[in-house]
Design a protein around this ligand. Structure first.
Ligand code: ALA
Length: 417
């Protein structure tokens, strides 16, 4: 990784250094300076990540684990080095517990189809929460259709927290798995995952955490958490799209059948019998996203060079500033006011549909996401068709929060509110 600016603690000058690592932040939209507040959908990429991906194609493009020639060896070394970087990022016990997948969605599908399909049967139960992203709902519904298992749902209270007393009552002798999000993408709520894991493990029930929204904002230690599976996407961690990670405890992964068949996941193949490769390759069929994996490794270097303490401190300060400023806008209601949150602010504005807010904000150069955020059951629980959502990353500034607030006033003006 080529670090343009090495920083240790956040202040305004250092924030400008961080910003200068991200070329896209200089972009103008409708003649206005881009204010990018859609980081929960995807983060922007630092130059070092962009260049690392290009360097692979320019200098050592070759397939991995297959060639004895120099380029293939260089690519393989860089690919496996990325695995070790991810291992250290989440403190997995071994690189063999790090499976490269396309993203969070594929990670959940892999666990559902490999772990779940081979074990679950009629009347087994899978516990999810009401705030799950569709990618941590639909794979389990498909599994339920295949096996006769059924879903049980932890409800969410009005401020966007899990009703833990109900969770406890859902655990029973039929429960086979708990799959919950570490952090809500729609509300920003940080869930009490330690407590969830403790309670599930008391009954020997494994737990999968969807880490898509946590990974760029919180330090994650899978050994300390003791979760059984943890999934996340590279593109929400300042890395490329099309690459993600499934962490699984080695003993569980070892006992699971392959998810996809193909090259690299086998030890030997004949028409009569095929034997499978060891971990992690058993779950990595076909040529992987080599450039993406290597660039993800660089993104891991990037965030760890800044440190989650500095990132967390900055984003929390921004969240509280934005919460205060937006809370004073007449007619604006913040959706999701959990005690523990990352930098996500979902809101509705009386008299204006979220899509209209998004369009008017875009005209002011402010990029946010609007709609149901792939959490339709949560929106139904909250009685909303959708929200407008601003989500912060390490490079966002108070000035950008001010621009967001001004743009919201502009929207109210347009709608004569
Ligand atoms: N899951 C992403 C989001 O929340 C796409 O926007």
């Amino acid at each position: 990784m080529k670090l343009l600016n090495r920083v240790s603690h956040y202040d305004d000058v250092q924030l400008q250094f961080w910003r200068s690592d991200f070329p896209i932040l200089k972009t103008k939209v409708h003649g206005k300076q881009l204010v990018y507040l859609d980081n929960a959908a995807t983060t922007q990429k630092p130059l070092t990540v962009i260049e690392t991906e290009q360097e692979y194609y320019r200098n050592y493009n070759a397939n991995v684990h297959r060639g004895i020639h120099t380029l293939s060896q260089t690519a393989t070394e860089a690919f496996e080095a990325a695995r070790t970087k991810v291992q250290h990022l989440i403190n997995a016990a071994s690189p063999n517990e790090i499976i490269f997948v396309r993203g969070t969605t594929e990670g959940v599908n892999l666990v559902a189809q490999s772990y779940g399909r081979s074990r679950f049967q009629a009347n087994d139960e899978i516990i999810l929460s009401q705030m799950e992203h569709h990618s941590n709902i639909v794979p389990w519904q498909i599994l339920c259709q295949q096996t006769g298992a059924r879903l049980r749902i932890i409800p969410v209270n009005t401020i966007g927290e899990l009703q833990m007393e109900v969770f406890e009552s859902l655990l029973n002798e039929h429960t086979r798995l708990v799959a919950v999000t570490h952090v809500s993408n729609a509300l920003g709520t940080i869930n009490p995952v330690n407590e969830i894991i403790d309670q599930a493990h008391q009954r020997n029930i494994p737990v999968l955490l969807d880490g898509a929204q946590a990974i760029a904002h919180l330090p994650v230690d899978v050994q300390e958490l003791d979760c059984d599976f943890y999934v996340f996407s590279g593109h929400k961690l300042y890395g490329p799209t099309g690459v993600g990670v499934l962490f699984g405890k080695a003993a569980l992964l070892d006992a699971m059948p392959p998810y996809q068949g193909g090259g690299d996941m086998i030890r030997s193949v004949s028409f009569e019998n095929t034997s499978y490769n060891t971990l992690p390759y058993k779950f990595e069929a076909g040529t992987p996203n080599i450039a993406g994996v290597i660039a993800l490794g660089d993104a891991v270097d990037y965030v760890t060079s800044i440190g989650f303490e500095a990132i967390g401190e900055h984003e929390q300060a921004l969240l509280s500033y934005a919460t205060q400023r937006m809370g004073r806008i007449p007619g604006l209601r913040i959706i999701g006011t959990a005690v523990k949150k990352i930098g996500i602010l979902s809101f509705v504005l009386e008299g204006i549909h979220p899509h209209d807010i998004g369009t008017i904000l875009n005209n002011q150069g402010v990029a946010i996401r609007t709609g149901h955020h792939c959490t339709m059951p949560l929106m139904e629980r909250l009685g909303l068709p959708g929200t407008a959502r601003a989500s912060f990353a390490l490079y966002n500034t108070r000035k950008e929060v001010d621009a967001l607030v001004e743009a919201i006033y502009k929207a109210k003006e347009v709608f004569k509110l």
